[in-house]
Write a protein that binds this ligand. Structure first.
Ligand code: HEC
Ligand code: HEC
Ligand code: HEC
Ligand code: HEC
Ligand code: HEC
Length: 450
């Protein structure tokens, strides 16, 4: 008995097409295994015994990955106006990293799903039970983590971490070498365009190819070696001390020589304070102020030539890293004569808060495949320019100016950082609606008599 296709009503045909479309979308966006949501335990439950770690993680960028208003606004904005299915596939992929528990438990599968309908637990972003159920990674990009979660609070399963001798009445414990290496971070901190393969973020690759991935164990510093040693007053960068954090990993546990901190602070001074995480913003400032060194070569200023050397002395990856098409790190250079008249100026933001086109800026620019810059990463078919500073390395800039027969010159050079250009904020949120703070990472001021 076959089904005569002509006998199907128009409505049934539409229904079948809709089912097929849903199936296609499901296979396209939920590449991996799916788990039922009740296999994950709320971070608050973990916090009952791991109170210190919980308070560090709370309001961190990982906790906020789903709610982060900058992410929410940008991800919704990027969906607009796309027609190319390959571009749409990228724009729909965000939730895999930003709402990972939701994504592997079935909702949201794509960025255009109603993000307000996300369950309470999935809305908690990158959380305890997600990371501590990890057993390994199948690829080093676009979140290739493999998970083996427990079965909820009645049967929490195994929590994996750095201790070989740890015990808990609540859950099983296991030593996991994977948790002690950069790879657990790197599979999410390497973002590749799902269709075009363009490297959109490459923090892990930058670290892997850099000096901190040293075969000599005394020189090796993992992501955790900096980022999970940071706490207030201890920025834990390559140029500052990274002393162990002796204390309790669990409220009832033994004293440990080092308890890895869970603040996950990078350079973001903007988002955590909006959620009660002022301490995270202060830690981000401390981190940024211990990331770079500035030096001036003033040997030939009387000829109208100034040399500036910027060294990435603190980061384990390029400076800046991460979302480098959006991040701005630039030089603000100001030279005045003895009457305070400006002789040369570059990089001062204009009245709209925009960095002028001719400023010396460190970031990446993506292109459409034909050499034209694109703002929407979904359309990024190529990297047009990548001007940044590798870990441990220096770049040298030259400035030419007219001395105008000055008798004395005051030179002020600042290295500045901002999470996103004002232009992007204006485009996404509306003109002048939101301004972002500009952080002075380094500053040199000197006066020379010619
Ligand atoms: C982004 C992934 C990630 C998240 C989220 C996360 N952890 Fe961890 N955690 C780690 C890693 C990685 C280590 C081990 C670091 C190492 O050995 O280099 C660790 C270590 C630990 C340890 C061992 C003690 C220590 O800190 O050294 C405990 C306990 C722990 N985490 C509990 C938690 C709890 C509770 C939460 C939620 C409040 C949480 N973790 C969130 C990745 C994570
Ligand atoms: C009833 C208390 C309790 C609860 C609830 C609890 N833990 Fe633990 N956990 C402990 C104790 C105690 C230790 C041992 C600490 C030590 O050895 O220093 C521990 C150790 C750990 C370790 C270290 C494992 C290792 O071998 O390195 C991790 C990771 C961990 N817990 C994660 C979690 C996560 C994730 C949750 C929430 C799903 C959670 N814990 C909930 C009490 C608890
Ligand atoms: C499941 C994917 C995932 C894993 C695993 C992960 N991260 Fe992240 N991480 C993210 C996302 C997504 C954000 C950005 C959240 C946002 O801005 O909305 C982030 C943000 C951060 C930030 C804050 C950046 C800033 O601008 O301030 C730091 C630092 C960081 N991660 C370090 C780590 C380290 C260290 C590890 C390993 C222990 C790790 N991450 C593991 C996805 C991940
Ligand atoms: C040697 C210390 C060190 C190591 C190792 C290190 N970082 Fe960083 N990280 C820094 C410093 C300093 C900053 C602040 C300057 C900057 O933004 O690059 C930073 C910033 C970041 C940011 C925020 C970038 C931004 O501007 O938005 C992220 C994300 C990050 N690190 C992730 C990682 C990951 C993932 C690893 C491992 C693959 C890692 N880091 C290894 C020191 C380190
Ligand atoms: C493979 C994992 C992954 C995917 C997929 C991903 N992101 Fe992210 N995202 C990250 C990481 C890691 C960071 C932190 C890097 C940094 O801070 O510079 C981040 C940070 C961000 C931030 C910075 C937030 C802030 O407050 O400054 C925005 C915005 C963002 N992502 C948007 C998106 C959008 C839009 C998509 C989908 C088109 C997307 N992300 C897909 C991993 C991912």
């Amino acid at each position: 008995m076959g089904v005569d296709r002509r006998s199907l009503s128009g409505k049934t045909q539409i229904f079948i097409v809709a089912i097929l479309a849903v199936l296609f979308i499901c296979t396209a966006f939920s590449f991996g295994e799916t788990f039922s949501q009740n296999r994950f335990i709320s971070p608050d439950t973990c916090g009952d015994c791991h109170s210190e770690i919980h308070s560090q993680w709370k309001n961190s960028m990982h906790h906020l990955a789903h709610h982060d208003p900058v992410y929410v606004a940008l991800s919704q904005f990027l969906l607009k106006g796309l027609t190319d299915p390959e571009e749409i596939a990228e724009s729909e992929s965000c939730v895999k990293c930003h709402t990972p528990v939701g994504n592997i438990t079935g909702y949201p599968l794509k960025t255009s799903d109603d993000l307000k309908k996300v369950s309470t637990i999935a809305a908690q972003g990158i959380q305890c039970d997600y990371c501590h159920s990890v057993t390994g990674a199948k690829k080093m990009e676009n979140n290739g983590l493999i998970l083996d979660p427990g079965h909820g609070e009645d049967n929490p399963g195994t929590k994996r971490g750095p201790f070989a001798d740890s015990q808990s009445d609540f859950h099983e414990n296991a030593y996991s070498e994977f948790h002690t290496g950069s790879e657990i971070c790197g599979t999410c901190h390497n973002v590749t365009h799902v269709s075009f393969g363009t490297k959109l973020e490459s923090t892990y690759d930058e670290w892997k190819e850099g000096p901190f991935n040293s075969p000599d164990p005394s020189k090796k510093i993992t992501c955790q070696g900096c980022h999970m040693f940071q706490r207030t007053g201890i920025p834990a960068t390559a140029s500052t001390n990274r002393p162990p954090n002796k204390g309790l990993a669990a409220d009832d546990g033994p004293t440990r020589d080092h308890v890895f901190t869970h603040v996950f602070v990078g350079a973001n001074t903007v988002v955590p304070p909006g959620f009660g995480g002022k301490d995270k913003a202060e830690m981000a400032l401390e981190r940024l102020k211990n990331s770079a060194d500035l030096a001036l070569d003033t040997g030939r200023v009387n000829e109208g030539w100034l040399g500036i050397v910027i060294t990435n002395s603190g980061a384990g990856h390029y400076l800046p890293t991460g979302l480098t098409d959006v991040r701005q790190m630039w030089l603000d250079i100001h030279i005045m004569d003895e009457k305070n008249t400006t002789v040369f100026s570059s990089g001062a933001v204009d009245k709209d808060g925009y960095v002028p086109e001719n400023a010396i800026i460190y970031h990446t620019v993506f292109g459409d495949g034909k050499g034209k810059p694109v703002l929407n990463i979904a359309q990024a078919r190529e990297v047009l320019t990548d001007k940044r500073i590798p870990p441990g390395q220096s770049v040298r800039e030259e400035v030419l100016f007219k001395t105008n027969r000055a008798k004395q010159l005051t030179i002020v050079v600042k290295l500045l950082y901002r999470s996103a250009p004002q232009k992007v904020m204006d485009l996404v949120l509306g003109k002048g609606k939101q301004t972002l703070p500009i952080v002075t990472m380094e500053e040199i001021r000197t006066t020379l008599t010619l």
